[in-house]
Write a protein that binds this ligand. Sequence first.
Ligand code: CU
Length: 336
Amino acid sequence: MPIESNKFIKPLNRRQLLKLGLAGVGVAGATLAVQQLRQASGNAAVQIPPIPEGTPTYGNGINPMKVCREFDYGTLKQENGRTIREFQITAQNTILQLNQAISYVTWNYNGRVPGPTLRAREGDRIRVVFLNKGGHAHTMHFHGIHPSEVDGIKPVRNDTAFIYEFDAVPYGLHLYHCHIAPVTRHISKGLHGMFIIDPKEGRPPADEIVLVMQGYDVNEKNENELYAFNGLPDYYMQHPIPIYQNQLVRLYVLNLIEFDPVATFHLHANFFKLFPTGMTLAPTMETDVVTMGTAERHILEFAYPFPGKYMFHPHQDAIAEAGCMGVFDVIPRSNA
Ligand SMILES: [Cu+2]
């Protein structure tokens, strides 16, 4: 698939150049300046609605309303003239109250399901210090391009650690998960998370939201009884995610439902632009439903022109009605 790397870097006119004090520089210089501005500003220009009061937490104070906009950029270190982005991950077990009747022992990374959304820039050197406190052998297998030694299939025994180090390539929306057999079991018990590699030139400012779709096989019969976005069934039905009217929203959607071969993602009363696997800077299509096999993921972009509450869910009723449903609460800015 061709990658159009400069799609969003439009040449500036003379007035815009004067404003930037760049009238004397060439187009290449101006383009670079725009890229630098975009990197410097990041999403600082984007206003995000505050977390509604009273949204419940679980485990060690984990709040799915926070999780949906939380990114772990790691810790930057300088070593031998190179920047290393270091992440600390611990596999552990945490009991989750999935609904009023079912509490479930999850296997997870850093006490949360899904694990932290790890985020890096294309070309960064990544170092993941992985400590296994889960009581079973686990690993971290990253999707991406890397040498076999760090492919995360070699078991890391309980109470031992392993360091995965590799370059963040290619840019896109990727994932990591445990790769101990049966892999479906280790993934569906919660050992999974998103791994976002931003393109060097960045993406336009947007309200960025993470949604990981997951199933729970609570009685271990190789089929799911419950489903969820970001770990807790029906959480975003009871606690809609607030977004602003006419604000560009960038949704990072990952399907990690095991035991069901496919699930779709459908957005109500709108259409979204689709960036397959997050590996393009220009959308390849516009639609309101997209089909994903297990481990497939896409970036979706949209804005809501009208205020109100709008559902999102897979178009498979059995999945949606068993917990994989949520609502966006579109708020006019004047009310904010
Ligand atoms: Cu595992």
